[in-house]
Design a protein around this ligand. Structure first.
Ligand code: NAD
Ligand code: UGA
Length: 464
């Protein structure tokens, strides 16, 4: 079947950029991205997109209104589509069975029911969201239980591997595209149809086809392996601090072994983002349900190490500031979970702020891309504080780093934004209270030069 019309349900960090690049590379395909959030769709249709990704504005500008459309009007988009991506959020469950660990598939299920109720003819339904193994079973069940004569569905798994901050580059030039499908003639045909879409810009040898369950599991495994590398190097960072070794040197020496590789060995305050923890918890939960206790506890340790790293860093700030930070002013540089995104989901900065607020510190926060409203929403959430009023008193948000640092006892770098490497630290030092402390949670500052200025410096994985 020739794919002429694609619908994507979910205009988030995945649905938006993925479909924008798809529309850009396939001008002959009409791509309609739908979301139930009116605000999000209005932003996608405005000059200021709801998410910041380098290179995305240009692509959306070129395609929007040509073959790329953003709408809340889901029904007609589903009805006309040959292929439908389900790209909705799959957060960790907050209540009921599997609370705090299992993935909540209620949004995926809602999409499946909607698709079942509106479809006629042949449709390919693609799981783009990250889901537990065998989630496709539930989608197939819902579709077939509600199907009408003449309707034929194929369900594929096509997980997304983009990283935020580099989404456009990752989508234009992916390491691989993974498509899982049913091992039947109709299943194989649907896989080929989706391959055809990707082959508009990706060579066939980079497109891997597998059975559905391998595809679903591979996505969880890829994230688990990436997170495991970060927890491994973070564990070593504690060892470096205790022994006088330098974690950057250890990472370089270790990563140059081509069997190990150098990527994802950057020790940090801890990993954040909406997916690593969620997908690890999901893997742990699946393993437990299958009575694979050792497997579950092995992967749980990756999360435990991340918690340890975040709390170790936050505790060090208090300890170095003479064990009391009540009424002291601490400047937080960076609130996003990594550079080049405005996303704050599971950001280690939130954890650090929570810890410092509990100790009664005043926080001055600056981030080049995170909206002040988002920071306040995060910091006044019940997960962070039971007293949102108190948080509003203690937190001030700034739109430049120099004003944020003026009069502070300490600066804490939580996100590795390039602009923090290039700041005039002499100018900052001059306006701070003395002794002035710099806690570099990302190892991005030239420590020799800030020491020379007069800062007391603390970083990850190295005695300064
Ligand atoms: P998101 O929260 O940014 O976007 C999801 C969107 O789906 C929201 O805008 C929400 O309003 C919408 N939605 C939910 N239910 C809907 C419904 N029934 N009808 C219409 N719209 C609906 O999430 P995201 O970051 O884009 O992640 C989506 C999925 O992709 C998740 O499963 C995630 O694990 C996976 N993933 C995310 C990334 C990433 O970098 N963020 C990368 C790879 C995979
Ligand atoms: C990650 C994966 O890299 C993507 O392949 C995957 O598609 C995505 O999750 C997902 O499924 O959501 P993302 O979370 O956007 O992408 O960003 P990463 O670059 O992986 O960074 C995650 C966190 O780890 C950040 O807080 C980052 O600062 C931290 N990190 C990363 C380190 O602390 N050290 C490193 O060496 C690398």
């Amino acid at each position: 079947m020739v794919i002429e019309k694609i619908c994507c349900i979910g205009a988030g960090y995945v649905g938006g950029p993925t479909c924008s690049v798809l529309a850009y590379k396939c001008p002959n395909i009409k791509v309609t991205v739908c979301d139930r959030s009116k605000e999000r769709i209005e932003q996608w249709n405005s000059p200021k997109l709801p998410i910041y990704e380098p290179g995305l504005d240009e692509i959306v500008k070129e395609c929007r209104g040509r073959n790329l459309f953003f709408t809340t009007d889901l029904d007609p988009a589903i009805i006309e589509a040959d292929l439908i991506f389900i790209s909705v959020n799959t957060p960790t469950k907050t209540f009921g069975i599997g609370k705090g660990r299992a993935a909540d598939l209620k949004f995926v299920e809602a999409c499946s029911r909607k698709i079942a109720s509106l479809s006629s003819g042949r449709k390919i339904v693609v799981e783009k969201s990250t889901v537990p193994v065998h989630a496709a079973d539930s989608i197939i069940n819902i579709l077939t239980a509600n199907t009408r004569p003449g309707v034929e569905f194929q369900v594929l798994s096509n997980p997304e591997f983009l990283a935020e901050g580099t989404a456009v580059q990752d989508l234009l030039n992916p390491d691989r595209v993974l498509i899982g499908g049913e091992q039947s003639d109709a299943g194989r045909q649907a896989v080929e149809d989706l391959c055809w879409v990707y082959q508009h810009w990706i060579s066939r040898d980079k497109i891997i086809t597998t059975n559905t369950w391998s595809s679903e599991l591979s996505k969880l495994v890829a994230n688990a392996f990436l997170a495991q590398r970060i927890s491994s190097i973070n564990a070593i960072s504690a060892l470096c601090e205790a022994t006088g070794a330098d974690v950057s040197e250890v990472a370089q020496a270790t990563g140059m072994d081509s069997r190990i590789g150098s990527k994802f060995l950057q020790a940090s305050v801890g990993f954040g983002g909406s997916c690593f923890q969620k997908d690890l918890l999901n893997l742990v939960y699946i393993s437990e349900c299958l009575k694979l206790t050792e497997v579950a506890s092995y992967w749980q340790k990756v999360i435990d190490m991340n918690e340890y790293q975040k709390s170790r860093f936050a505790a060090r700030i208090v300890e170095r500031l003479f064990n009391t930070i009540t009424d002291k002013t601490i400047t937080i540089l960076g609130f996003a979970f990594k550079k080049n995104t405005g996303d704050t989901r599971e950001s280690p900065a939130i954890y650090v702020c929570k810890y410092l607020l509990e100790e009664g510190a005043n926080l001055h926060i600056y981030d080049p891309k995170v909206e002040p409203k988002q920071m306040m929403t995060d910091l006044t959430s019940p997960m962070v504080s039971v007293d949102p009023e108190k948080v509003r008193e203690l937190v001030k948000i700034y739109d430049d780093p120099y004003s944020a640092a003026a009069g502070a006892h300490a600066i804490v770098i939580c996100t590795e934004w390039d602009e923090f490497v290039r700041l005039d630290y002499q100018k900052i030092y001059d306006t701070m209270l003395k002794p002035a402390f710099l806690f570099d949670g990302r190892k991005i500052v030239d420590h020799e030069s800030v020491l020379e200025i007069g800062f007391h410096v603390e970083t990850i994985g190295k005695r300064v």
